[in-house]
Design a protein around this ligand. Structure first.
Ligand code: XCC
Length: 651
């Protein structure tokens, strides 16, 4: 690849590399088409930014006060005296705190929606009764003689309290649901979080100028905020969605750019993370008056499509086709097929506005905290949600009428996939907890890796996610997936049962017998909750602690601060993490010496790196690996699985 980063043991692609290596032919076609049209995309901006800043890539640029910015090295501290480990971990924990805030805000919106429905302020009903009763029981809330909506409101308030508590007491959902072995460890380390809001607040003050200057103490805050991230935000958001809209539904769907080319309909893409308005849009697309308006404009009806995590939510429940993750959003709009792009919050890049302007696509923002220049703003109001959905669709219909003569270029490729999985349906498909554990113990399934998180321009489009998944399958590793990694794997056909043909003999047999694909999409990023509960249930069945089990968290293409938080949360649970592209916790990698012989490598010393790479194993039971090359990454995961299986006497 064109851009070499010797000090990271990594390379990055230019546009020609991306076109040559992406496993997504439809994306390649769109990249070429937009380049011909002279329309700028992320590829052009990524090239213009090369070479990326060495200090930024290593996490050693400190901008947390106004004395700098300081670029620290082992020989040169910051003006305040901060050394490399302190700067790296302080920068990192701030990113995790930002991720916590991001997932926390969309958890909050969903919990507020539950209260609004329960109190009759928002239309609709709660479709996830089973989750409501289960949580009430686990949280010890009174249920005798109380209605579903009363209990659901109590559950929502309980989770909202974990989001925002300021009293110095531990988060209650974590105490109620996390494994006792982990709770005891976190208590011993004194990292039990108070709430998401409090830990984000504490993280920011602690990393301000001249506050916590003991990097090991900052690591403890990192664990604390990661636990708040998971139990206060991720879990709350996933279960709030289930309480509102019901569990995911196992179903066969079609996905990919090609779905955009079908039918003469008003085409609306939903994009972002909080599916509250998108759910209402689902209802509104069927409303007779709006369908009539679409027909009067010359269309046959109104169709929805999904991008990013809001897309994954609608895919898992209703089979609404998804088109792309974060990196392909400009390409989707560049097809010219969309009449409107409706965004809620997060992962909506500013670049979409320019592409949308070229094709007359209406961009509609709906969150007051996530606006785009040039967009029409129709803010979500829970109490008027039907009117808001109606107004959004009217904008889309108007755009359809205006856009009749606009150019369209829609690739034809689509893929089929089985989606809508969760911990329960996966266990059921494999014959229940005991039977699935037997398959793991006997090596039919060597281990389970969850392949999650974003896309990054630092690798050819979707290539690391897809190549790593294929290599894991070949090594008999079962894969669950969420978020933008899931978009990549769905687009590559790996969530279709026929992908068992790519798996090792033993995994292929297990999947065929169970009738499941070897890659199981479990939803949006907050639905990593489902993978965590799959891991917890299997560990419980085995009578083992999480760190003993052959489970892995893999972020092949980390891009967002939320992805760092998710990795740290799984790490805190004793599940090893592999970051597929050098993230700014530089764990020890052998680095080739520039200009040296082919085998001339050094292992850079860095206390933080040593901690996450080795020392943490003693304390947490897990470690963090960084490996940008997918085949080597798969080998690393396989190595850890083999060692764990040997230790357990599992062949
Ligand atoms: Fe965003 Fe969730 Fe990352 Fe994709 S995977 S880039 S966070 S949309 Ni969640």
């Amino acid at each position: 690849m064109r851009y070499k980063y010797h000090y990271l043991n990594a390379e990055m692609p230019d546009t020609a590399d991306v076109l040559a290596a992406t496993p997504n032919p439809a994306a390649r076609e769109m990249m070429e088409y937009l380049a011909e049209q002279g329309i700028e995309t992320y590829l052009d901006r990524f090239a213009a930014q090369q070479p990326l800043c060495r200090f930024g890539l290593q996490g050693t640029c400190c901008r947390r006060c106004l004395w700098g910015p300081c670029r620290v090295t082992p020989r040169k501290r910051g003006v305040c005296g901060a050394d490399v480990p302190l700067v790296v971990i302080s920068n990192h924990v701030r990113m995790v705190a930002a991720g916590c805030a991001a997932h926390g805000q969309h958890a909050r919106l969903r919990l507020e929606a539950i209260l609004a429905v329960a109190e009759g302020r928002m239309p609709g009903e709660l479709r996830g009764a089973e989750r409501v009763w289960w949580l009430a029981e686990r949280f010890g809330l009174p249920v005798e003689g109380r209605s579903l909506t009363q209990v659901a409101a109590d559950v929502a308030r309980y989770l909202l309290a974990d989001l925002g508590r300021v009293e110095r007491e531990p988060m209650r959902a974590l105490l109620a649901l996390a494994p006792p072995e982990r709770v005891a460890l976190w208590r011993e380390l004194d990292v039990l979080p108070t709430s998401a809001f409090s830990e984000v607040f504490e993280t920011l003050q602690r990393t301000s100028l001249g506050t916590d200057s003991d990097w090991r103490n900052v690591v403890l805050q990192e664990l604390r905020v990661s636990l708040a991230f998971f139990w206060g935000c991720v879990v709350a958001a996933s279960w709030a969605s289930e309480m509102l809209y019901g569990p995911p539904r196992r179903q066969t769907v079609r996905v990919g750019f090609g779905t955009l080319g079908e039918g003469n309909t008003v085409k609306v893409a939903v994009h972002g993370h909080a599916p509250v308005l998108a759910e209402e849009l689902m209802v509104a697309t069927q409303r007779e008056d709006l369908v009539q308006e679409a027909r009067a404009a010359g269309a046959e009806g109104i169709d929805l499509y999904g991008i990013c995590c809001t897309g994954q939510e609608l895919l898992a429940r209703y089979g609404i086709p998804t088109t792309s993750g974060i990196l392909g959003q400009e390409l989707v709009i560049g097809t010219g097929a969309l009449d409107a792009l409706v965004v809620d919050q997060q992962c909506v890049i500013p670049g979409v506005s320019q592409v949308a302007a070229c094709f007359g696509t209406a961009v509609i923002t709906t969150s007051n905290s996530a606006r785009l220049e040039g967009a029409t703003h129709i803010p979500l109001d829970l109490e008027r949600i039907e009117e808001v959905a109606e107004a959004v669709l009217r904008e889309a219909i108007a755009a359809y009428s205006r856009r009749q003569e606009r150019p369209r270029h829609v690739p034809t490729a689509t893929q089929t996939a089985q989606v809508g999985w969760d911990d329960r349906s996966i266990l059921d498909a494999f014959g229940g907890r005991a039977e699935m554990l037997r398959l793991i113990r006997e090596g039919e399934i060597k281990g389970i890796a969850t392949l999650v998180s974003c896309n990054t321009p630092k690798v050819p489009y979707e290539q690391s996610n897809v190549a790593l998944a294929r290599e894991l399958l070949r090594r008999n590793v079962l894969v669950t997936t969420t978020g933008c990694a899931s978009h990549a794997l769905l687009n590559a056909g790996l969530a279709d049962p026929s992908a068992a043909d790519l798996a090792g003999e033993r995994l292929a047999r297990a999947c065929r017998q169970a009738g499941v694909p070897p890659v199981l999409p479990v939803g949006a990023c907050v639905d990593n909750t489902r993978t965590m509960f799959l891991f917890l249930k299997l560990a419980e069945e085995a009578g083992l602690d999480l760190p003993q089990m052959p489970f892995f968290y893999v972020g092949a293409e980390p891009g967002n601060e939320k992805a760092l938080g998710m990795g740290m949360a799984f790490f805190a649970h004793g599940i090893s993490v592999l970051a597929g592209y050098p993230v700014p916790v530089p764990v020890p990698l052998p680095v080739h010496v520039e200009g040296g012989d082919i085998d001339d490598y050094v292992r850079p010393r860095n206390e933080i790196a040593d901690f996450f790479g080795d020392e943490a194993r003693q304390v947490i039971g897990a470690k963090i690996y960084v490996e940008p090359y997918p085949d080597l990454a798969a080998g690393t995961i396989d190595m850890e699985f083999r060692r764990k299986r040997l230790a357990l006497g599992w062949v």
